[in-house]
Design a protein. Structure first.
Length: 589
């Protein structure tokens, strides 16, 4: 690479990364314009996020996160915070004077998920600059753009909080390998505090980051300033996050969000680590003993004071766990999924571990050894998390980027230096496909492995059609009322229509979820009684939707099974919908 180009890439890397991000934003907004236009919020969480933003802009209190459109009239409290609401709400306020409320919402939902992508690119760029080369950051961008599930968290209309938590993860790994101890500690502490304030999904990663920083201090007493800045930033950041963002419903002793339980844990951890950093005895064995005691105090205190959180943090009933929560696919380990799902998901993390391992070996006598050891350990932990829950896939792929970038930096220059044009082009392309993990998807397309059955395709198609705006908006011709429908249809129904629904797939909505299940699985008489109790005047179903198969196949002879097989009931009157509608609507008499 010419020295002048290298100097420019090094000197202006943040500006150039920002330019690259702007180009990516323009490309994906253009590519997904149809989805943006039709407000294709396919995930229930994205629909609920939009409802939360709408409520805020309509004047609902900052600390009141109760959604009154589900399970009316009391509604239910969701365990999120308003942090992720802010950029979406800001974009709507900025755009609506020019395009109106409806278009402003669509554009905000399209643009907002791409904002944390910019932060992620900066975090990964900082990491590879410190560990691989000051000019290696473009490769990190390329590899992230080639990821599968990680990139999906930043796509237009994916407005839930996962993209922001991945952005904080990228800043965490950048802080772990930062040679400037105080700056690195502050980066990790604040990134972890913000992530935990958003939600507890990244709690294991935050705990691992704290353990790595503590181990650095155990190994080298000179790391006391990194530990001190991390401890103060973590404790102070979590306290500030709680004061500013914790909803009224999160100011009680619950285990599923930044409540007084977890706030006390993080503040106590920050205080103990601050004490360790201030003491910093000279002997490594003493530092190790103090760290072990601090860890035991935190773990033991948590187990003693909050034993209810040692089980299911959602604190749901056994029935709800058995019928719903234990069946959530993304909460299952990777080996419980089909090979077609797990193989491409794991390919990039595995290549990242190989790259990180080789990089650690090559750096064994260089100043970057400690940084690579931290990043490699964090990447290994992220990959192992797949054995717990497959929802860890996006984090594992983000954590693989430094390793695969290092691997490419070792191999690609040699290949590009070959005289043969065929070697330069073909071999370089083949190596890139291998390193990036893209080979997994290509292999699956070539081999008939775990080909989805027609039944699964029919279910997925039905689910997708029922969630569309053309399918839902005709319901607005009917005066606003409460509609009894599937749990997975509830958030979409209230987002696209003026009607209320009963339940959404959220554990704090547990009683309503069970009522929906009991109605569709029980007798027709029980179903009518439950619907009437909730004040529902209409019932909406989506034949062959994924949730409907649970009621039809697992409760033969139940209300929905009989309805699906064409039986009619005197208390249900069909309501006509436009020709070709995938939905079926009934009036409850």
């Amino acid at each position: 690479m010419p020295s002048s180009l290298s100097a420019e890439l090094d000197r202006h890397w943040i500006k150039l990364t920002t330019i690259a991000w702007v180009v990516i934003v323009i490309f994906y907004v253009w590519k997904r314009w149809a989805a943006i236009h039709w407000l294709s919020l396919a995930d229930t969480d994205d629909n609920m996020r939009l409802m939360q933003v709408r409520a805020l802009l309509d004047g609902q209190g900052w600390y009141d996160l109760r959604n009154y459109r589900l399970n009316p009239p009391v509604g239910f409290d969701i365990h999120w915070s308003r942090i992720v609401d802010l950029p979406i709400a800001g974009l709507i306020l900025l755009l609506r004077p020019f395009v109106g409320v409806v278009e402003a919402e669509k554009l905000a939902c399209g643009i907002a998920p791409l904002l944390p992508l910019g932060v992620t690119l900066i975090g990964l760029g900082a990491t590879v600059r410190r560990l691989v080369s000051p000019v290696a950051w473009p490769l990190a961008i390329v590899f992230l753009m080639g990821s599968t599930v990680a990139l999906m968290m930043f796509m237009p209309d994916r407005i839930d909080h996962h993209g922001w938590q991945l952005a904080m993860l990228s800043l965490t790994v950048a802080g772990l390998c930062d040679p400037d101890g105080p700056r690195g500690g502050i980066t990790v502490g604040l990134a972890n505090a913000l992530s935990l304030t958003i939600g507890l999904e990244m709690l294991p990663y935050c705990a691992m980051a704290g353990a790595i920083i503590t181990l650095r201090w155990v190994w080298e007493a000179g790391e006391r300033r990194r530990l001190l800045s991390y401890a103060i930033s973590l404790g102070g950041g979590c306290a500030a996050g709680y004061v500013i963002f914790a909803s009224e419903a999160n100011r009680v002793m619950r285990c599923d969000a930044l409540t007084p339980i977890w706030l006390s844990v993080f503040v106590a951890a920050g205080a103990l680590l601050t004490l360790l950093a201030l003491l910093s005895p000279k002997k490594r064995a003493v530092r190790f003993a103090l760290a072990a005691v601090a860890g035991a105090v935190i773990a033991g205190g948590f187990a003693t004071l909050f034993p209810q959180c040692l089980q299911r943090p959602e604190q749901v009933s056994d029935e709800l766990y058995a019928n719903w929560l234990s069946n959530v696919r993304e909460a299952k380990p990777i080996y419980r999924h089909a090979f077609r799902t797990g193989f491409p998901l794991a390919a990039l993390p595995v290549m990242g571990l190989i790259g990180a391992g080789i990089a650690i070996w090559r750096a064994r006598r260089s100043p970057t050894l400690i940084g690579w050891a931290c990043v490699g350990l964090f990447a290994l932990f992220s990959a192992l998390m797949l054995l717990w829950q497959v929802r860890s896939g996006p984090a594992a792929q983000v954590m693989a980027i430094p390793g695969v970038t290092a691997l490419a930096w070792m191999v690609l220059p040699w290949l590009l230096g070959q005289r043969s044009i065929f070697v330069k082009v073909l071999a370089t392309g083949a190596v890139f496909v291998l390193i990036s993990g893209m080979f997994a998807g290509m292999l699956l397309r070539a081999l008939p492995i775990d080909v989805p059955k027609p039944y699964v395709k029919r279910v997925n198609r039905a689910t997708g059609l029922c969630l569309t705006m053309p399918a839902m908006t005709p319901l607005n011709r009917i005066p606003a009322t409460t509609i009894f429908t599937f749990t997975d249809l509830g958030p979409r129904l209230i987002a696209l229509t003026h009607h209320n629904a009963i339940a959404g797939p959220y554990h704090r909505n547990g009683d309503a979820i069970l009522d929906v299940q009991h109605a569709f699985k029980g007798t027709p008489e029980e179903a009518r009684a439950i619907m009437k109790r909730h004040g529902a005047t209409m019932m909406l179903v989506c034949p062959n939707m994924a949730e409907s198969t649970v009621y039809r196949d697992r409760a033969p002879g139940g209300f929905y099974d009989r309805l699906a097989h064409g039986e009619t009931f005197e208390w249900l009157t069909p309501v006509p919908l436009p020709k070709g509608s995938p939905l079926r609507l009934f009036r409850i008499n």
